[in-house]
Design a protein around this ligand. Structure first.
Ligand code: AMP
Length: 407
């Protein structure tokens, strides 16, 4: 299958060629025709699958097919974080470079008055995070009365971040019928299906990869660690390996990310921290330095790393294990992008094993445990399982009493 097989305008085909997309990715092959046929779409597609172009291309084609000169935006794309919103906006600019559509991006973290001013002139495409847009709508600064198409990206994450209410309020403000596409890393859990039922009408459902199939492009490993010092030694060893060109090290909290980045710097590893408290300009600058190879390691929190489009990330390292499977999938999706092979490494202390097991359950897959020579852990997963089952077997007072009664 090629992009020519879709009924896309020449302006879009030229832009696709410019991006050097040679053939549609699986999500594109399925979502583009369905959206072009004006059907609602519910798509489970992880980051790195090419999902952004899968909705941006049919959205642009829709505007080309139905030319109008509206006062207010005709399509709305919602994303959970500003980074993702900017990423989507970038793809719209790239793929729409030969079309004459105007777009406005509205997210938190930027001057609201400037945004209100930008919303005053007519434009076609609105890209936004739900919180700031709801706020501006309440101020009467944004008018959604002419919206004909809505795309909701990373809906699972949106729900996790408590943005469901804002999204509903925004959709309620659209008076007419609209076509909708809802994209989510996973369709399992997080209430995504229920949310989709509220929003979509008779959708075409597409599930691109079960999470465990992702591992074809991403090799996943576990290294067991005795304690913090051991974990640091493992991290340093992994980052100094010749195969590691660029890495994102994930921490669950800002404080931990700062601590890890400081420690890496003290060991002369080129590392910078990226957390959600940095203003947008600083985040963009750091990302740029990372992308250009000036920084080898980004130590990031989940909020800060959301929506980063970083090709060539060879390693994703979970210094802290995430508490949930969908967050794990989002994290490891930062590597192995666009047909490259990536390595996702989990540093697991004894007390993290519960989290590891929850993630393995989510993936429906056991992750292999590997060892680095000279840095082997003093325990194995079997030890932990054994000590757990011993604890379970020890009869408590109640069960001993039950046994007696049975006799
Ligand atoms: P996404 O899942 O939308 O974040 O896209 C992941 C990466 O894949 C981005 O860097 C895109 O530029 C790239 N990409 C998207 N579509 C294609 C394609 N058809 N062929 C090659 N790369 C692509």
């Amino acid at each position: 299958m090629t992009f020519e097989d879709f009924d896309l305008d020449g302006a879009l085909l030229s832009a696709i060629e410019k991006q050097a997309y040679h053939k549609p990715t699986p999500i594109q092959a399925e979502a583009i025709p369905a959206l072009l046929e004006r059907q609602d779409v519910l798509a489970g597609a992880a980051t790195g699958t090419g999902k952004t172009a899968a909705f941006v291309l049919p959205m642009l084609q829709y505007l080309l097919d139905e030319p109008k000169h509206p006062r207010h935006p005709r399509v709305m794309l919602l994303a959970p974080t500003r980074e993702l919103a900017f990423q989507i906006h970038k793809v719209i600019k790239q793929l729409g470079s030969l079309c004459e559509f105007s777009s406005v991006i509205i997210t938190g973290g930027f001057d609201q008055n400037k945004q209100i001013k930008n919303l005053k002139d007519p434009f076609d495409i609105l890209v936004a995070t739900p919180g700031r847009l709801t706020h501006l709508m309440a101020e009467g600064a944004v008018n959604l009365s002419e919206i004909e198409m809505v795309i909701i990206d990373e809906a699972d994450r949106m729900l996790d971040m408590g943005q469901g209410k804002d999204v509903r309020a925004l959709l309620d403000a659209i008076p007419g019928d609209f076509q909708a596409g809802l994209f989510s890393a996973t369709l399992a859990g997080s209430g995504v299906r229920k949310f989709a039922e509220e929003i979509l009408e008779d959708p075409v459902t597409i599930q691109i990869e079960a999470p465990n199939q992702k591992s074809e492009q991403i090799q996943q490993l576990v290294y067991l660690a005795n304690d913090k010092a051991h974990k640091q030694a493992l991290l340093e060893n992994i980052l100094n390996d010749a195969s590691c060109n660029s890495a994102i090290v994930f921490c669950n909290k800002k404080e931990r990310a700062l601590e890890v980045a400081d420690w890496l710097q003290s060991r002369n590893v080129s590392a910078q921290v990226l957390h959600g408290d940095f203003i947008q300009a600083v985040r963009l600058e750091k990302m740029q330095k990372f992308k250009s190879g000036k920084i080898k390691v980004l130590v990031a929190t989940d909020v800060a790393a959301r929506g980063l489009d970083l090709l060539n990330v060879t390693h994703v390292i979970n210094y802290d294990m995430p508490f949930r499977g969908d967050i794990y999938i989002h994290r490891i999706g930062r590597t192995g992008r666009a047909q490259q092979v990536g390595l996702a490494i989990n540093l697991v202390e004894r007390h993290d094993i519960e989290h590891l097991q929850r993630i393995e359950y989510h993936l429906q897959q056991r992750l292999p445990v590997a060892k680095i020579k000279g840095l082997e852990a003093r325990f194995t997963l079997k030890d932990v399982e054994k000590s757990k089952s011993k604890k379970k077997k020890k009869p408590g007072k109640k069960s001993a009493a039950k046994k007696k009664a049975k006799k």
